[in-house]
Write a protein that binds this ligand. Structure first.
Ligand code: FAD
Ligand code: NAP
Length: 557
């Protein structure tokens, strides 16, 4: 069969006197998703252009340069598996690498595989419209450049549109304001500076200990305390690296078959298999477990993720350990999560988070005792009083999963906007495609394991599937692929059923998985809980059955 793309297009043409780049594939975004999509699809002989809003590659790791930023999955797993040479030549220095090292890795990949020549930086895509007559996507940038392509791949990231909540008076603040997701490249010198930080999700929890070490004073404004666990990060030795490199093949295979896409846990040790039922334990036994193992004791129990009563016992153990770590009882109490289940949000990992609150220069403002009224020229006015500082940090997260896609004007058949199709929440088949939007693919889209997993494993799986799908189409002279309404509906029902009854969808859980962090966003559980391994098998079977659930159209002659 012919592997060469049948419909390869001329590279450039004139439209109303302006040049339009014509390609097989436009990829939006040059994070880990976009870089790998370019590598794979160019390897198939397709003409590909990656359009990236940032001034360099790396995506998440380009933008999130806040102090303390690092991955929450061991780096030997949070890395590409597609090249054995890359695996062997790259040396990670820590179990969980910091942002500068991960960004260096992304740059190394871009250079090593000669990707940069097809990446256009400083280019923000404003719209992508499907032309039904031509069966092509017309992608336009903010600068007015136009690209036309048979396929459009949105590798725009699940956590790439920062959320800056509206707080009255924000414009009045006299000092500098930062967002963890848009950190200045030159860094910030905190010496002699009094800092206020809003938010205690992963970004807040990672940055608070590092800012506290450098700043004159740090005031932490916390609306909801988090269940955060120690990362157990440490430098890797030559021997650690040699051991990891010797077993990469087995490691990657296990990741692909696993539920979460990783098999090593905190400290780079194998994730323990829970063996006990917490409901069968006595209070004395639970106390002894905390005494012996601290937060790690929580890994022992099978029933915590699936049973509300069991989960509450685990929460009690968690609070007991916080009490042991934080000296001031009032601060300890303020840092204790209550009223929502352990494990309902993406796990937060930290280095010295609780110990930071024992420092003299750190104060906690527990907003549960009185919320923020407004930002003033010199600080934040809360119902508990006014708190002064010189610089303000928002660690307030992202409009996750759908936010970046919906910021663009994406239109499918009959000029219907994605915004309208997703008005009540995202609708996809496999998180890969949306009915009414032929040949548009989303990498780690809603309805796929995505943010519940080691995302590089999920990115590689999506890109490989899409690449194979395009090859299948080209071999058979097919020009478009699009999910049927029925298949999409069935998948949505399956995604919802899979999440039902788990802690992830508990009514008391206000996670960004549910869109609960953005006022007015539909409360829908967006990722697929079924697990990375099962999802992969399902996608492969669907492809093997001739792309079951998708409608494929023959190319016009
Ligand atoms: P991104 O890296 O987000 O890249 C998307 C790119 O698209 C960005 O560069 C963006 O500028 C660009 N873009 C968006 N819109 C447009 C547009 N309209 N026009 C042009 N370009 C556009 N996941 C894990 O599995 N483990 C971790 O340890 C982990 N740590 C994280 C830490 C932080 C601080 C954050 C925010 C996320 C973390 N994640 C982690 C999730 C992380 O986003 C993914 O692991 C992965 O990096 C996503 O890659 P991506 O290419 O899909 O998206
Ligand atoms: P997040 O988890 O959404 O946390 C945002 C924080 O800001 C929460 O504490 C939230 O409080 C608070 N907040 C938001 N609006 C507020 C308001 N108006 N007033 C007061 N507080 C407000 O965002 P994130 O910390 O950036 O993390 C997002 C995701 O990115 C993570 O879950 C993870 O997937 C990824 N990430 C990973 C790492 C890592 O460890 N590798 C690091 C950073 C990010 P409420 O909880 O009350 O809403």
């Amino acid at each position: 069969m012919n592997e060469k793309p049948l419909n390869s297009l001329p590279t450039d043409r004139l439209q109303n006197g302006a040049s339009v780049a014509v390609l097989d594939v436009v990829v939006v975004g040059a994070g880990f998703g976009g870089l790998y999509a370019l590598y794979r699809l160019r390897g198939r002989g397709l003409s590909v252009r990656v359009l990236e809003a940032a001034s360099d590659v790396g995506g998440t790791w380009y933008w999130n340069r806040y102090p303390g930023a690092r991955c929450d999955v061991p780096s030997v797993e949070y890395s590409y598996s597609f090249s054995k040479e890359l695996e062997q030549e790259w040396d990670w220095t820590e179990v969980m690498a910091g942002q500068p090292e991960i960004l260096r890795y992304a740059n190394h990949v871009a250079g090593r595989f000669d990707l940069r020549r097809d990446i256009q930086l400083d280019t923000r895509v404003s719209s992508a419209h499907y032309d039904e007559d031509e069966r092509r996507w017309r992608v336009e940038t903010e600068a007015g450049e136009v690209f036309e392509a048979r396929f459009c791949i949105m590798a725009t990231g699940c956590l790439s549109s920062p959320n800056t909540p509206f707080i009255e008076g924000a414009d009045d603040f006299a000092g500098p304001i930062y967002h963890t997701g848009r950190w200045p490249h030159e860094g910030v010198d905190w010496k002699g500076v009094r800092v206020g930080i809003i938010g205690t999700g992963s970004s807040g929890v990672q940055s608070i200990p590092v800012i506290a070490e450098q700043a004159e004073h740090l005031t932490v404004f916390q609306r909801t305390p988090n269940y955060t666990l120690p990362a157990g990060n440490r430098p890797l030795t030559d021997s650690d690296r040699a051991k990891a490199k010797a077993v990469y093949d087995q490691l990657r295979q296990s990741e692909r078959e696993s539920i979460t896409g990783f098999v090593l846990g905190f400290g780079g040790n194998p994730v323990p298999t829970p063996t006990d039922a917490i409901l069968a334990t006595t209070p004395e036994e639970r106390l002894a477990a905390v005494e012996a193992d601290g937060f790690e004791a929580l890994n022992r129990y099978l029933d915590v993720p699936i049973d509300a009563e069991a989960n509450e016992l685990a929460c009690e153990m968690y609070r007991e350990q916080v009490k042991r770590l934080v000296h001031d009882p009032k601060t300890a109490d303020g840092l204790m999560p209550r009223d929502y289940p352990f494990g309902c949000k993406r796990p937060v990992i930290d280095t010295d988070y609780f110990a930071t609150f024992n420092r003299d220069n750190v104060d906690l403002v527990d907003l549960r005792k009185g919320g923020i009224d407004r930002i003033t020229a010199t600080g934040i006015q809360t119902a508990q009083g006014h708190f002064e500082f010189d610089a303000l940090v928002y660690a307030t997260g992202f409009d996750a999963m759908t936010g970046t896609l919906l910021r663009m004007d994406i239109r499918g058949r009959e000029d219907i906007p994605l915004k309208a199709t997703w008005e009540a929440g995202p609708r996809t088949y496999l998180g890969l495609q949306v009915h009414g939007f032929p040949n548009l693919f989303t990498i780690t889209g809603p309805g796929s394991p995505s943010v519940l997993s080691n995302m590089i494993v999920s990115i590689e799986q999506h890109v490989d599937w899409i690449s194979d799908c395009i090859a299948y189409m080209d071999q058979r002279g097919l020009s478009t692929i699009e999910p049927t309404v029925e298949a999409e509906e069935k998948w949505i029902v399956h995604v919802n059923e899979a999440a039902e009854g788990s802690m992830l969808t508990a009514a008391s859980c206000n996670s960004w998985y549910l869109g609960a962090n953005i006022p007015g966003k539909p409360r829908i559980f967006m990722p697929y809980v079924g697990g990375v391994g099962e999802y992969r098998r399902g996608c492969d079977e669907i492809a093997a059955r001739g792309y079951e659930g998708f409608a494929l159209e023959a190319a016009r002659t």
